[in-house]
Design a protein around this ligand. Structure first.
Ligand SMILES: [Zn+2]
Length: 378
């Protein structure tokens, strides 16, 4: 996720804050500070207390921070189970609607995924339930200090139970959607199971938007939009997986590969790029891959130095490689995760081909056209 700020590291996982989170935090703090509505016995803010506005804002901010720590715990629970199941987590980002754990590679084994999805809402419920008796006891006390404590415990309890309940809804992009998919995967297969969970999510979003419109609740409409977009993203990801299913890098790579040597000048490289219409080249010394050079690397060099600067001085030495048996889906994930355009395919240590983002997009387009021509196969 772009536009994120790294704030620390927990269990070896980088914790990041998205810019949208900096927007939502004051909003939550403000709402907690001045709300005085009671719902199911909970007082949802410090608004009714005999305090000045600054004190209320400070309390609101503390409550908002406590709530986001609880969101972080929810995400850490997902990550903990993911790591135990052998997945790699590249980070946890707190953003507008809570948190998101970035799990590398899509889990395909159902039991692991169900548990991984389930522990998030379970953590939120647990936090909510732990604060429930505290809230209940504090509610009975009188005095300003006790009232503040009661409202704080109530806010944490109420919003964590709400977060758990929201996430257990069996539809994408909520955690419950992942549990539903894991349950359906055995009978329907990964792709059909995802489609079902996505359709449920979209239907729910439409129903929520209609309800939100009828009762004039902008929050509900906003959440509906978030669910609809999230479900759509999951659907696109699955379509890509479907199109690339069964394909390996060896079947889609470009071969033979044009290569350059570290000693060639940038002028020579540019001439090759124009005549051969490639945007990037593996750099080889003899038989050995020593780097990769792309048009972006060239752009960093002023034109006056094109004749004397060498490819070796501007190339990226650290090259990401795959083998011909690497699944095509893994290749596309590696490209987007590292925000690069191409991967070098090494076949028993020698350059066997190159696979680029445009090769993969080409396959996706051809597959989509095939489906349109013959109709859905389901
Ligand atoms: Zn979750």
């Amino acid at each position: 996720m772009k536009a994120s700020l790294r704030v620390g590291r927990l269990m070896g996982i980088p914790i990041k804050i998205h810019v949208s989170f900096l927007l939502i935090l004051p909003l939550f703090a403000f709402s907690f500070a001045f709300a005085y509505t009671r719902l199911l016995g909970f007082t949802l803010g410090y608004g009714g207390l005999p305090l000045d506005d600054v004190a209320k804002l400070v309390l609101g901010l503390i409550a908002a921070l406590l709530f986001f720590i609880a969101v972080l715990l929810h995400e850490l629970a997902h990550s903990y189970v993911a790591i135990r199941n052998g997945y790699k987590i590249s980070g946890i980002t707190l953003f507008l609607f809570g948190g998101v754990s970035e799990i590398e590679s899509h889990p395909k084994d159902a039991p692991g995924e169900a548990l991984m999805a389930f522990v998030g809402p379970a953590t939120s419920f647990a936090i909510g339930l732990v604060f429930l008796p505290a809230w209940y006891l504090l509610e009975g006390m009188s005095g300003l200090g006790w009232n503040i404590a009661a409202i704080t415990a109530g806010l944490i309890s109420f919003y964590n139970i709400l977060l758990g309940a929201f996430n257990i809804i069996p539809a994408f992009p909520m955690d419950g959607g992942r549990v539903l998919r894991a349950v359906l995967v055995k009978r329907l297969g990964f792709i059909r199971a995802t489609t079902v969970a996505v359709q449920v999510g979209k239907m729910m979003a439409v129903a929520m938007a209609v309800l939100g419109f009828m009762i004039f609740n902008p929050w509900l409409m906003f959440i509906a939009l978030f669910i609809y977009i999230g479900a759509g993203e999951e659907e696109r990801g699955t379509k890509v997986a479907q199109a690339l299913e069964g394909l390996t890098v060896g079947q889609i790579m470009t071969t033979p590969v044009s290569v350059v040597t570290p000693g060639s000048s940038i002028r020579e490289l540019l001439d090759r790029m124009i005549t051969e219409k490639h945007m990037g080249y593996p750099v080889v010394e003899g038989d050995k891959l020593v780097g990769i050079v792309t048009l972006q690397d060239v752009q960093k060099v002023p034109a006056s130095r094109h004749d004397d600067a060498t490819v070796g001085s501007i190339m990226t030495a650290d090259v990401l490689t795959v083998t011909p048996d690497t699944p095509a889906m893994e290749a596309i994930q590696a490209l987007s995760r590292n925000r690069i355009g191409r991967l070098v395919v090494l076949d028993q240590g020698r350059i066997g081909g190159i696979v680029s983002r445009s090769d993969l997009i080409h396959i996706l387009e051809v597959r989509a056209a095939e489906r349109r021509a013959i109709g859905p196969k389901e």
